[in-house]
Write a protein that binds this ligand. Structure first.
Ligand code: PLP
Length: 292
């Protein structure tokens, strides 16, 4: 139960439905965001709302899709979705998708619909794993052409690779997948950016084919604030194996330590001290416990 914002109106959860001929359901062309609200001293606050909405509009622009609302309306819809569902914290999912006015690949004659749902959601990769760290498998799936050339868009159609990679990792008994690009360099998790720590320096892949993560940016800023050098560069698989620490970042995953990759322990095989420090700073930041 609850309410979902759909095309300008709050509707009961059960009534926020779409037709089976919804174009995006068939061809996967649509854009979305993953946003979180956190409990703060001032009540529920959406973390980096403006950045997420800007990325949603950029994603739509990349796909040639025109969102029929302005940014202020969608910001308000996200705030309303949190408030009207009585959430003190939770996950928010805005999505823009093509309607059911026609089939076939042309989309210029289709209506663009927008929905915003919000629900309560805890640690994406498991509460215990936030302390203990997760086990990761380097995926046999690599980033394909669309991912690499359109990686600035957070688009529905980009997630087939991610889902195949995660499915493979879970089937093999791991918690998450790590995808490489076609040249063999480390890119990102199925829905997270990756960082490694080596000799007191933080490294993360540059943005040639990874999503420009909002959590990634936040963590880079936090690292700079505590005097931790951050280097964006191409990272190889063996550099991850011999890292002192590694972690994933994402709105859903927040800061999740990685304790093992392909059966090799990372550092001491548990959450490392720099990861723990950044994780704690991240939670202080999202809960409004440090000045913005
Ligand atoms: N990489 C991919 C493929 C993602 O789907 C996400 C999730 O949004 C991220 C990285 C992390 O981005 P953000 O920190 O903005 O949530």
């Amino acid at each position: 139960d609850g309410l979902i914002w759909l095309d300008g109106e709050m509707r009961p959860w059960r009534e926020a439905k779409i037709h089976v001929l919804t174009h995006t359901l068939h061809y996967g062309m649509g854009v979305f965001e993953g946003v979180r609200a956190y409990e703060t001293a001032q009540g529920a606050a959406i973390f980096r709302l403006r950045e997420h909405t800007d990325r949603l509009f950029n994603s739509a622009h990349i796909l040639g899709m025109t969102i029929p609302y302005d940014r202020a309306t969608l910001n308000q819809a996200q705030c309303d979705a949190v408030r009207e569902n009585g959430l003190s914290s939770g996950y928010i999912r805005p999505m823009c998708f093509y309607g059911s006015e026609g089939m076939g690949l042309r989309a210029d004659n289709l209506k663009v619909h927008v929905m915003v749902a919000a629900w309560s959601w805890g640690a994406y990769l498991g509460e215990d794993n936030m302390r203990r760290g997760i086990r990761v498998r380097v995926s046999s799936f690599t980033r394909h052409h669309v991912n690499v050339t359109m990686c600035r868009a957070k688009a529905n159609g980009n997630y087939m690779n991610s889902m195949m990679a995660l499915q493979e990792a879970l089937r093999d008994g791991y918690d998450e997948a790590l995808l490489l690009d076609t040249a063999g360099y480390v890119m990102e998790g199925s829905g997270e950016n990756i960082f490694i720590v080596r000799d007191g320096v933080l490294y993360t892949p540059d943005l040639t084919s990874a999503l420009d993560g909002i959590t990634r940016r936040t963590v880079m800023t936090l690292a700079a604030e505590i005097g931790l050098p951050v280097i964006e560069k191409r990272i190889t698989r063996d550099e991850v194996y011999i890292a002192d620490e590694a972690f994933f970042t994402g709105t859903a995953a927040e800061v999740t330590p990685i304790r093992e990759v392909d059966g090799r322990a990372i550092g001491c095989g548990t959450r490392g001290p720099i990861t723990e420090r950044l994780q704690s700073l991240y939670f202080d930041q999202v809960h409004g416990r440090r000045g913005e």
